[in-house]
Design a protein around this ligand. Structure first.
Ligand code: BDR
Ligand code: CA
Length: 315
C-alpha cells in the first residue's frame, strides 16, 4: 500500500477526499495536515478531526500547518468560499467536535519526517493552498528526491478559473507557493479544474448515502447536497465537481487520467495572478516538471468514487 498524507483545507470536497482515501485498499492514510483556503487552518483542523471521528478513524493523526500565504501575514476565507462550503466549511451541518486534539508536531515537520521514513512510498496530496508542502520542501530540500509524488488539486491548463476568469481557488490562495512547488524539482502531478469539472456528482448519488441509515451517510449526504446547491449556482454546472477526491483517486491509480508532461509556472503579476500556465522557455526542456492531467475516465472514476465512499459511509 501507498502511504499518503492529505493536506486539506477541509471543505466539503476535502471531506469527500478523506472518505475516498479511507475506502481505498491501495492507500494508507498516515496523517492529515491542515492548510487554509475554504476555511482557516484552525477550522480545517477541527473539521478533519470531526470527520475522522464521524468515520470511526480516530487513529489518523491531524497536524496544524501554516495559516497564511508566503506573501501575507493573515488569512480570512473569501465570501465565495463561505457561499460554496458554508461558513463552517462543511455545509453548515453540525458534526460534534472531536474528543481529541491536534498533534503537537507541525505539518511541515510531519511531512519531512514521513518523507524520510517512507521514501518513495509516500505520496502527498495537497488540496488547498500549497504553503505547507513548499515549507517542507524548503526546510529540508533532501526530501524532494527521497519522497514519492506530490499529487495536487489545483490550477487549470485549458479553461477558466473559479475565482475569476483565470485563477483556480487553491492556487489563488498562494500563487508563489504553487510556483515554487512547480520549480522545486519534486515530482508533481497536477489535477486541475478543467479535469475535475468533468467529474460531477448529483443528488441522485448522495441520496443513496442517506439510504444506508448511518450517521455518516446522513451527514455526508446533507453536506454534499449543500455543496451541490451552491456549486451548481456559482459555477453553472450540473452537479458538484469532485475536485479533491479525483486527486486522491489519481494518487491511487494514475491510469484514471491522461498526463501530459509540461514545464508549468504560475503568473505572479497583473490581472492573471494565480493562473497556472505552461512555460514558453520550458517548451524545449528535455524533462518537464509537472505531469498535468488533461483527460479523465469519468465513468470509471465515478464508479470507484461511489464504491469506495459507499464502503466507508455504510458502516
Ligand atoms: C478547490 O478549491 C476548494 O474550494 C475545493 O476544496 C477544491 O480543493 C477547487 O477549486
Ligand atoms: Ca480543498
Amino acid at each position: 500500500t501507498k502511504k499518503i498524507i492529505l493536506d486539506l483545507d477541509t471543505g466539503i470536497d476535502d471531506a469527500l477526499a478523506i472518505a475516498y482515501a479511507l475506502g481505498s485498499p491501495e492507500l494508507d492514510l498516515i496523517g492529515i495536515t491542515a492548510t487554509y483556503g475554504n476555511v482557516t487552518v484552525g477550522r480545517s483542523v477541527r473539521n478533519s478531526l470531526a470527520v475522522l471521528e464521524l468515520l470511526g478513524r480516530t487513529d489518523v493523526p491531524v497536524f496544524a500547518g501554516v495559516g497564511h500565504s508566503l506573501t501575507t501575514d493573515s488569512f480570512t476565507p473569501s465570501e465565495l468560499s463561505a457561499f460554496i462550503h458554508g461558513g463552517n466549511g462543511i455545509g453548515e451541518i453540525e458534526i460534534p467536535t472531536a474528543g481529541r486534539n491536534v498533534e503537537q508536531q507541525t505539518a511541515t515537520d510531519f511531512i519531512i519526517e514521513s518523507a524520510h521514513r517512507y521514501g518513495e512510498d509516500l505520496t502527498c496530496i495537497p488540496t488547498g493552498a500549497a504553503t505547507n508542502i513548499v515549507a517542507a520542501l524548503e526546510k529540508d530540500p533532501t526530501i524532494k528526491d527521497a519522497m514519492g509524488p506530490i499529487v495536487m488539486m489545483g490550477g487549470a491548463l485549458t479553461t477558466e478559473g473559479n475565482v475569476n476568469k483565470w485563477t483556480e481557488a487553491n492556487v489563488s490562495q498562494d500563487p508563489e507557493a504553487t510556483d515554487r512547488l512547480f520549480r522545486s524539482g519534486a515530482e508533481v502531478v497536477m489535477v486541475g479544474l478543467d479535469v475535475t469539472h468533468q467529474t460531477l456528482l448529483t443528488k441522485a448519488e448522495t441520496s443513496t448515502w442517506r439510504d444506508f441509515g448511518t450517521e455518516a451517510g446522513r451527514c455526508y449526504a446533507d453536506m454534499t447536497d449543500y455543496y451541490i446547491d451552491f456549486e451548481t449556482k456559482a459555477m453553472d454546472i450540473a452537479g458538484c465537481g469532485l475536485h479533491d477526491p479525483l486527486a486522491v483517486a489519481v494518487a491511487a491509480d494514475r491510469s484514471l487520467v491522461t498526463l501530459l508532461p509540461i514545464t508549468m509556472q504560475v503568473d505572479l503579476e497583473g490581472p492573471t495572478r494565480g493562473r497556472t500556465i505552461g512555460s514558453l522557455a520550458g517548451l524545449s526542456d528535455p524533462v518537464k516538471t509537472v505531469g498535468v492531467a488533461v483527460e479523465v475516465d469519468v465513468e470509471r472514476f465515478l464508479g470507484e468514487f461511489m464504491t469506495r465512499v459507499g464502503s466507508v459511509l455504510s458502516v
